[in-house]
Structure formats: C-alpha cells, structure tokens
Design a protein around this ligand. Structure first.
Ligand code: SF4
Length: 402
C-alpha cells in the first residue's frame, strides 16, 4: 500500500499520521498559539468555522487549496485541531455539529477523487472495513440513527453474520456519515482553561457569528410556522396535559434551536401540573447548554418523534422533510414568499426545497448529494486572499527566524 505523502496529510488532517507530523514541527500548543504562525492558524480556523456556519451543501464552497510548498503543510494541518479547540472552548454542541458537518463534507469530497490506496487507509482509520460493501452492526447503528430515511433503519437491512449489507451506491453515504460520527465523537475536547483564555477573542467572535446566523436562519419566533407536533405539545402544556420526558425535551430543544431564550421557554411550562421553577430552569438550561455542561442539544428527528409517539397530525409539508426544524424553515420561507408572490403568482415550492439547508448534525438531516466546486465566487476569492496573506506571513516569519 502506497504511504501517505504530505499532501495527503494536509487533505486528511484527522489522521494519526497527520497529527504526528505536526507534532514534529509544533512542540508546545501554548507556545504555538502565542506565535505569529499560531495566530494565523487561529485566523484560518475562524475562517473554517465561518465556512461551516454558512455551509449549504446544495451550493457548496470550493475545496481549500492544498499548499504546494511542503513548508506550509504542517500549519495548514494545524488549522484542523485549532478549529476543534475553538468549538470546544465555545462549549456549544450546535456549533460543534456545524463544524463536523462541514469538515466531513470536505474530507469526503477529497476522498471522492482519491487514489484507492489512500481510500483504504482512510477507511481503516475511521473503523470501516478496507474493502467490500458491508459494515458491522455495531458500527452501522450510530450511522443509521443519523440517516432519517426508513430504508436505513436496521430492521429494513439485510444482515449476514453480524454484517449489514449496503449496496455500493449507498456506501459513499456510509463513509461520510462515519467520518462525521468519528469526528463528532471526540468533541468537545477537554481544553485546559489557559488555552481557552489564549483563544478567547476568537471564540467570542465565532459565538457572535453563530448567534447572528441563528437569527438569520430562523428570524423572529413565529408560532404559526411551528410543525404540528410542536404545536400539539405546546397545546398540551397550555392545557395542563401530562408530558413525557421526550415531549418536554423535543419542544425545549426546538424552541432553543430557533432562538427562543431560556426565560421564555421556562414561562411556557408555568401552567404544567406541579410546576417547579428551579427544576424547570435547570432542565431548560441543561438542554440549551447554559447549565455548564457544554452540551446544547438539537431537537430530535421526525423518525425519533414517531418512535416516541409525538409525531402528531403530520401534514403535507411533513412529507418533504425529516426534521421539525426543516418544517419550520420551510413554513417561514413560504410565508415570506407568499407575501411577495401574491404579486407574481409564481410557485416557489421548488425553490424552497432547493434552499433548505436542513438543521445541524444532531438533527441528522443530511442531503445526499455532494457537488464540490460549485460556484461561490465571492466567498472563494475572499478565502484565497486570506490564504495567500497567511502564506506570505508564514514566509515572513520564517525569514525572520532564519
Ligand atoms: S413529520 Fe416531523 S415535523 Fe411533521 S409532525 Fe411529525 S415529527 Fe413533526
């Protein structure tokens, strides 16, 4: 099997070989982050996170250019761990999901044009069999739980001697989801507070960008755009109805995901029997990641809602989505478009399907198609300028130390 060259290490920075390689160049993380090169790596990691926040698979950015100069490669690789440090210090599960969703798309896109020898190494590294189109049940289950469509459910698969059979066309999706699973599993990292302090300004900027993104995606809370399941749970709350733990979790995570603040969510529970403010506050803060756990949850997939008996009164829009957040986004866009299109009479439903980027990873909504290299010129130009500047800075810094 051909060994990996430095460009391969740059393309797949999550590999053990890649991390070992930068370890030969960067001996102390703290010293690195304080150095000019480290500051550039933080800057580039923020760029990665901005790409992750705006990532839309149906209109993807072009793939970052792998440096031609071997000198730059360790610093290019360093952007990967630094981006993971930033989201870990931010302690926001949804931000982590965005990063992992973007990076798994990125690495998978490289992999599609890859030499078979390298693909085998990647498969092995992420715990998949080197060849063939089957996968052990134990590894299949966490992947399938993120894939909303019924045909991925274990009950609908052929299993032979503990191996789930997956056809060759589906296997690409398995590789990608596995990449996502493996990368997400290790996050958040346990980052020492002195390291988080060093990158605090960058973390704060990315948190602000994320907050802005949530507001842009979901806008003001519009109850009439809530999916039927969420409306039914809210009615049950208002009517003092008994709620299961899952129903409470689903509605709380949903309201948090669309940007409702903790106090408003807690107020909604004020009418429920045996309302306990302190306990409710604790639970809501826990789900929204403000309770110091660093876990902020995404509301469950429709498939999970069905399993728990809280998918009620599904309507025609439900047939087009696999996540309540997607329903909400579609409905909000429709309402906006209806306002505009009463003038033109144009049917916008196809546009809405195209535009919907789906919720973040925990929601498990992940469109199949991968089309790297689509046109997104302004963003690409900006990125190549930043990368070019970064390279010049690396060079300057190197010349100084020579
Ligand atoms: S299909 Fe999804 S969005 Fe629609 S009611 Fe069921 S769980 Fe809610």
């Amino acid at each position: 099997m051909a060994p990996l060259d430095k460009k391969d290490l740059a393309k797949y920075p999550f590999l053990r070989e890649s991390q070992a390689y930068i370890g030969t160049v960067i001996s102390s993380l703290e010293e690195f982050l304080k150095s000019p090169k480290g500051r550039i790596a933080v800057h580039e990691a923020m760029q990665t996170l901005e790409n992750a926040l705006s990532f839309n698979e149906k209109n993807p950015p072009s793939l970052p250019e792998i440096p031609a100069d071997a000198y730059e490669i360790p610093y290019f690789i360093a952007v990967y761990p630094v981006s993971r440090i930033l989201v870990s210090c931010a302690q926001d599960r949804a931000l982590i999901d965005r990063l992992v969703r973007y990076q798994s798309w990125l690495f998978y896109s490289y992999l599609q044009k890859e030499d078979p020898g390298v693909e085998i190494i990647i498969r092995r590294e992420i715990g998949l069999p080197e060849g063939g189109n089957s996968i052990p049940v134990i590894d299949y289950v966490p992947i399938a739980s993120r894939l909303g469509e019924d045909h991925w459910r274990l009950i609908n698969r052929v299993v032979v001697r503990g191996q789930v059979q997956v056809n060759p066309l589906e296997y690409d999706r398995v590789i990608r989801e596995r990449l996502r699973y493996v990368m997400a599993q290790q996050l958040p990292l346990k980052v020492p507070s002195r390291i988080c302090d060093l990158v605090k300004p960058a973390v704060e900027r990315i948190q602000a960008a994320w907050q802005k993104r949530i507001l842009e995606e979901f806008g003001s809370v519009e109850e009439s755009a809530f999916p039927p399941c969420i409306q039914a749970i809210l009615q049950a709350i208002a009517g003092n109805g008994h709620l299961t733990h899952m129903a409470r979790f689903a509605v709380t995570a949903f309201l948090h995901n669309i940007g409702m603040d903790t106090t408003h969510i807690v107020e909604l529970y004020g009418n429920t029997p045996h309302f306990d403010l302190r306990k409710t506050m604790y639970q809501v803060e826990h789900i929204s990641g403000r309770g110091g756990t660093g876990n902020d949850y995404t509301s469950p997939l429709c498939a999970t809602m069905k399993t728990h008996g809280i998918c009620v009164h599904p309507d025609s829009t439900c047939g087009r989505i696999n996540h309540p957040l997607s329903y909400y986004k579609i409905k909000k866009k429709e309402k906006k478009q209806n306002g505009k299109d009463t003038k033109t009479g144009r049917d916008t439903s196809a546009d809405l399907r195209q535009d919907d980027p789906g919720p973040s990873q925990s929601g498990g909504h992940s469109p199949d198609s991968v089309a790297p290299g689509a046109d997104d010129r302004n963003k690409d130009e900006k990125r190549s300028k930043i990368s070019g500047m970064a390279r010049q800075e690396f060079r300057k810094d190197e010349n100084k130390s020579e």
